[in-house]
Structures are given as structure tokens and as C-alpha cells.
Ligand binder design. Structure first.
Ligand SMILES: NC(=O)c1ccc[n+]([C@@H]2O[C@H](COP(=O)([O-])OP(=O)(O)OC[C@H]3O[C@@H](n4cnc5c(N)ncnc54)[C@H](O)[C@@H]3O)[C@@H](O)[C@H]2O)c1
Ligand SMILES: O=C(O)[C@H](O)COP(=O)(O)O
Length: 617
């Protein structure tokens, strides 16, 4: 194997590694081998390794795959569960991984454990901060949120670190909605206060006269899963229900008999307001002095969403002034709340974040998150990913061979860059007979990005962070779809990767527009290179590739093949393409072994060879 030092990229200026080449023709080596990024030091476990080797089996030799399988055959992933999770979920996790249930960890303890974990499962009580991702040193691959709200996970940091975040968005919907209705009814009829009073030996019937719900207007703020279920139940109680949600479809609201209205209309007309929006920068403290002032005097507020959507000091003021008659709170800015005047207020009833806490919901959430985390660790794309595109299973299986092709084309294109101001702009052209709306290329774009960036940087690219890292490095990837009729029914006829405004170390790779251009297609389920610059070729992309431009004359195949044969380098595929007879031609030669420098120099010194380049696939 040839070892050469090369400069690594540490800034935004994407440049391929520099190296010195021998005089005469460009005797070009690109010494970086395909780094499998799987080693005993790297987060690894058998099933994931198998998932990856399945991809490699289509992309590379079976030997590489079996090597990896043997490296990983004895290892299991480690999953840290930092909050109580239902047994069904834990059982499922244990069949696949070493499961460490460590509850009530301090932030420091979490950070010190995390570098030994491949996945982390949390509920709302664990703050998964940037420090956690930093401390994981790249090992943490998946964070599973056993519930809906992901405001306790730093999604930006997760994405930057290439860590997938999945949640369990459906299993606690009904529990949360039922808790909302429970709080609504309990508040309207003073159940908590009356209960405390009777337990204190009192009999205060006139003090705890309540208000009726029938005929009253309930405003649902956030008409998603929980909000809709609360609406259904409130309709059953005879309430008039309106909702505010800028993103909710009107037909869903209509189907439940709910009118979608503006924020101001909702808060100003309601007798009861129930909060069901997520905590985001936009919704943070959206209920504040200004919005309370718009409400009807004597309004009643229920919050089973997130404490942070309310300015708690403003709510306290509104309760004290009687503007807000009562509040029912399950969630708080700080949990558990400390010395909270709000919790102690006589017109407030409070529960300790119990919305999702039914036996049924907890079992459901545990299984939902365990399946999502195990799937993600096995290399499947998750249907509940919060920071990555969700690619449906059927799309994934159809695109699998194109995934390998996309990465190899990116890897080839970047190795052909020979200088200039760095790679700034990459264009990908998909030729396909499919309707553009019926062709999801996000996965392919991510793999092309991986192929381009990984050989020239220390970044590890995956579907989660591909777009982020490309942007961070100043790389603009644009996509174009060209209609092409395909008789085979395959989703994509060909993929072309073009890099503009750079020099090439192999001039023949430049198209008429002076862009580096490589094109490939899938043949018999395998990635093939079909065009380099303006030359048509046809080689299966396996092992390593030598591209060679020479005078189109007899004996060239024999001469170059002979040099490789003398060095015991086996040619696996070979193809010659030319534009004009007896002018120039290019040879694309796939070789199983990496030829040594002397052998490559010999090829460079064949008189009819104008230029050549050696590329790792
Ligand atoms: N207390 C609990 O234990 C408990 C249990 C489950 C869910 N929750 C919380 O309830 C919230 C809703 O859960 P869900 O499952 O219904 O989520 P969801 O994503 O199905 O619904 C949220 C809805 O809020 C809407 N929304 C976003 N921004 C908004 C805004 N500015 N104004 C109005 N609406 C806006 C969205 O369009 C969406 O329809 C989440 O924050 C979740 O964390 C709490
Ligand atoms: O967002 C959620 O799913 C709920 O707030 C539940 O949170 P928990 O898992 O901490 O009960």
C-alpha cells in the first residue's frame, strides 16, 4: 500500500489533498483510501456492522464485508437509558444491546458515561446539551426521546455531530389529551381545592361552586395530535371549540367541527384556553402580559404542553389581578418548580408533568422508542427522525444501489480536482423517467456530499449532517432533473456529478463547459462509471480505478495491461472510450490491488500516454 502525507482540510476552503507529482505527465496519486470508518475504536456493533456491510457488499468486494463482519462479530452496542422506561421497551432493547439504566444522573455523570454509549434514551427530565455530544467523542449515534417534546435535546448540536434524534410521537397522545380534559374539568369544579379542604376536616360547599363547561368556548392553541384529541373530547362535553394553529390543515379542523381562527381571535373569545403547541423559539413565552391583556376577564388556562410557552411571572400577575380566574398546569419552566408562587396560588391546580403518565402510554412510548432506536442503530432510516429526512422503506430499497453509486461518483469527482480556489459548487444531474415529485433524491445528495467531503476532511458525513457540513464548508450542491425515458423501469437512468471552477489533475475529465464531470449508472444492481468528461466508458466501480488518456492506436491495452500484470495487479474491468478514431482515447481500468508508485510511474512513461490518474473508489 502506498502511504503519502497529504494536507487535511481545516477551513471552509474545500481543497483536495496536495501532493507532489513526478514530471512529464501528471503521475497522479490520491492516497486516501476509502475509510470505512469502522474500526474497533469506532462505535460499532454487530448488527450495525452487518447493515453497513450489506451496503458494502453491493459497493465493494465481499472480502471487505467479511473482514468487517469478523471485526464486529462479538460486539454489541451500548444503550444508556437515563429515565424510567416501560419494561416492554427495555426487553426489546436488551435483545439487541447492552442496556445501562442509570437514572438521575447529574450533567457531569451523563457526560462522563456518554463516550461509552452508542445510543441514549431520555424522557423530558434529561437535558441533552451540546456538552453531551462533545463528550461522546463521536460515539453517540442516536438519541431517542421517549415522548413527543424534543425541547430538552439540542437538535442543532445533534445534527452537527451527525447524531440522529428520534422521538415517539404517537403513543402518549391520548394520555396527554385525557390529562388536559381531566385538568379542565377538575379546575372548573375546584376538585383539587375541595379535596384538600375536605381532607382538612372542612365542609365548604359554597366556597367551591364551580363553572359549567357546556356552551363555553374553548380555544385550543396548537391543533396537532394532542390538541385535536382534546378538541374531540371537549366537543363531547358540549363546548364550542375554536383552534389556532398556523400550520394545521383546515379540513382536519372541519372534520372535527372546529373552527381555525387567528391567535388574537382565539385568545380574546375563549372562556377556556388549552395549550398544545411545542416549545420553540417562536412559542417561547408567547403567553405574556400583552397576550393576557387581550383575554376575556375570568378566562381559565390549561397547560399540558410546555411550561416555557407561558411567561410564568406574567401569569402570576394575571391571576393576582383576577384577569385569569384559574390555571391548571402540568408543565413548568423549571421542573420540578422551586418555591413557585404559581404552584402555591389558590387558583392554580398543578400536576408534576403527568400528561404522558398512564401505564398504557408509558408501555406504548417505550416500545415505540425502542423500535426506533434499534432500527436506527441497525442503519435503518427512521420514520420518526426529527433531524434527518424521513425516507420511507420502499423508497430506500429502490434507491439502495444508487446510494452506492452516488457516493462513489462524489468520491471520484473530488479526487479529480487538481487545484484552484477550492470546491465551491457541485451540480448533480439525475436523468430519470420519473415525475420529479416521485423521485426523492435527498439520500443520494447526502451520499454524494459524503463522497466529496470525506476524502478531503476529517468530517464523518451521514444523512443527518450532510447538508449542514456542506454548508459549513461553503459547498453549494445544486440538483437538476432531466427527463429520460427508461425501458427498464429503474427510477434513475444516470447520475452525473459536475464540479465547476476548479482545475483537474486529469484534463480529460473536463466537459465542454470546463467542469469536472463523471457520470454513472446502475447495471445489474452494481454502480458503473459510464462517462468521464466527454468520453463514454463502461466499468463496474469496484476496487481502484486508473484513468488514462492516450493516442488511439493499437497495442495500448496490452502495454498498460502488461505493466500492471508484471506487478501482479489484477485488472477486474476495462473499457476504452474515444471521440474520434485514431485521435485520443481514454482507458478506464479497475484494479483489485493498489499498484505501487514504480508501476504507476511506468504507465506514466509510456510514450503514447498523455496523462493518467489513479483513484481510490
Ligand atoms: N404534559 C405532557 O406530559 C405532554 C404529553 C404529550 C405531549 N406534550 C406536549 O404537547 C405538545 C403537543 O404535542 P403533540 O403530540 O400534539 O404535537 P404535534 O406536533 O402533533 O402538535 C403540535 C402542533 O402545534 C402547532 N404549532 C406549532 N407552532 C405553533 C404556534 N406558534 N402557534 C400555534 N400552534 C403551533 C403545530 O403546527 C402542530 O400542529 C408538545 O410540546 C409536547 O411536548 C406534553
Ligand atoms: O413531550 C412529551 O411526550 C411529554 O411531555 C411527556 O414527557 P415525559 O416523557 O417526561 O413524561
Amino acid at each position: 500500500m502506498m502511504i503519502m502525507s497529504c494536507s487535511r482540510l481545516t477551513n471552509n476552503n474545500l481543497q483536495p489533498p496536495s501532493y507532489t507529482c513526478t514530471p512529464k505527465f501528471t503521475t497522479s496519486f490520491l492516497p486516501i483510501r476509502l475509510r470505512l470508518r469502522l474500526s474497533p475504536q469506532f462505535p460499532c456493533y454487530k448488527n450495525s456492522a452487518l447493515a453497513i456491510t450489506n451496503v458494502l457488499k453491493t459497493a465493494d468486494s465481499p472480502n471487505i464485508s467479511s473482514d468487517i463482519e469478523s471485526i464486529f462479530s462479538n460486539s454489541k452496542p451500548t444503550i444508556l437509558v437515563s429515565e424510567k422506561l416501560g419494561e416492554g421497551g427495555l426487553d426489546l432493547l436488551r435483545t439487541f444491546a447492552n442496556v445501562d439504566c442509570s437514572y438521575n444522573l447529574s450533567p457531569e455523570e451523563l457526560c462522563s458515561k456518554i463516550s461509552m454509549c452508542d445510543a441514549l434514551i431520555v424522557r423530558s427530565g434529561t437535558k441533552v446539551t451540546r456538552q453531551v455530544f462533545e463528550a461522546s467523542k463521536g460515539r453517540l449515534k442516536v438519541v431517542g426521546r421517549a415522548g413527543v417534546g424534543i425541547d430538552n435535546v439540542d437538535l442543532q448540536a445533534a445534527t452537527e455531530f451527525g447524531c440522529l434524534v428520534v422521538n415517539a410521537p404517537t403513543a402518549n397522545t391520548i394520555a396527554a389529551a385525557e390529562h388536559g380534559i381531566a385538568l379542565l374539568s377538575a379546575m372548573a369544579r375546584n376538585v383539587s381545592q375541595a379535596d384538600a379542604s375536605i381532607k382538612a376536616g372542612k365542609w365548604e360547599r359554597s366556597k367551591y361552586v364551580g363553572v359549567s363547561m357546556v356552551g363555553k368556548t374553548l380555544a385550543i392553541m396548537g391543533f396537532g395530535k394532542v390538541g385535536s384529541e382534546v378538541a374531540r373530547r371537549a366537543k363531547g362535553l358540549g363546548m364550542h371549540v375554536v383552534a389556532h394553529d398556523p400550520y394545521a390543515p383546515a379540513d382536519r379542523a372541519r372534520a372535527i367541527g372546529v373552527e381555525l381562527v387567528s391567535f388574537d381571535e382565539a385568545v380574546s373569545t375563549a372562556d377556556f384556553i388549552s395549550l398544545h403547541m411545542p416549545l420553540t423559539p417562536t412559542t417561547s413565552k408567547v403567553f405574556n402580559d400583552v397576550t393576557f391583556a387581550k383575554m376575556k376577564k375570568g378566562v381559565r388556562i390549561i397547560n399540558v404542553a410546555r411550561g416555557g410557552v407561558i411567561d410564568e411571572d406574567a401569569l402570576l400577575r394575571a391571576l393576582d389581578s383576577g384577569l385569569v380566574a384559574q390555571a391548571a398546569l402540568d408543565v413548568f419552566c423549571e421542573e420540578p418548580p422551586k418555591d413557585s408562587k404559581l404552584v402555591l396560588h389558590e387558583n392554580v391546580i398543578a400536576t408534576p408533568h403527568l400528561g404522558a403518565s398512564t401505564k398504557e402510554a408509558q408501555e406504548g412510548v417505550a416500545v415505540e422508542i425502542a423500535e426506533a432506536v434499534v432500527g436506527a442503530l441497525q442503519g435503518e432510516l427512521s420514520a420518526t427522525a426529527v433531524n434527518a429526512p424521513m425516507v420511507p422503506a420502499e423508497v430506500l430499497s429502490e434507491l439502495a444501489p444508487y446510494v452506492a453509486l452516488a457516493e462513489k461518483l462524489g468520491r471520484l469527482a473530488v479526487q479529480l480536482v487538481g487545484g484552484g480556489t477550492g470546491i465551491k459548487s457541485v451540480k448533480v444531474v439525475y436523468r430519470s423517467g420519473r415525475d420529479p415529485n416521485d423521485l426523492d433524491t435527498r439520500l443520494l445528495r447526502a451520499m454524494i456530499t459524503k463522497g466529496i467531503i470525506e476524502p478531503i476532511s476529517d468530517s464523518i458525513i451521514n444523512l443527518v449532517n450532510a447538508d449542514f457540513i456542506a454548508k459549513q464548508k461553503g459547498l453549494r450542491i445544486s440538483e437538476e432533473r432531466v427527463f429520460a425515458t427508461s425501458s427498464s423501469g429503474s427510477p434513475i437512468d444516470s447520475i452525473q456529478v459536475q464540479i465547476s471552477n476548479v482545475k483537474s489533475k486529469f484534463e480529460s475529465a473536463l466537459s465542454e463547459n470546463e467542469e469536472i464531470s463523471v457520470e454513472g449508472r446502475v447495471k445489474y444492481g452494481k454502480p458503473h462509471l459510464s462517462r468521464v468528461g466527454s468520453f463514454d466508458v463502461d466499468v463496474s466501480l469496484e476496487g481502484n480505478l486508473i484513468l488514462c488518456r492516450q493516442v488511439d492506436q493499437p497495442g495500448m491495452i496490452g502495454t498498460v495491461g502488461g505493466i500492471l500484470g508484471e506487478s501482479n495487479v489484477n485488472v477486474s474491468f476495462m473499457s476504452v472510450g474515444r471521440n474520434f478514431r485514431r485521435k485520443k482515447a481514454i482507458m478506464a481500468i479497475c484494479v483489485d490491488e493498489e499498484p505501487d508508485k514504480v508501476t504507476l510511474d511506468k504507465i506514466g512513461h509510456v510514450p503514447a500516454v498523455d496523462e493518467f490518474v489513479f483513484l481510490n473508489l
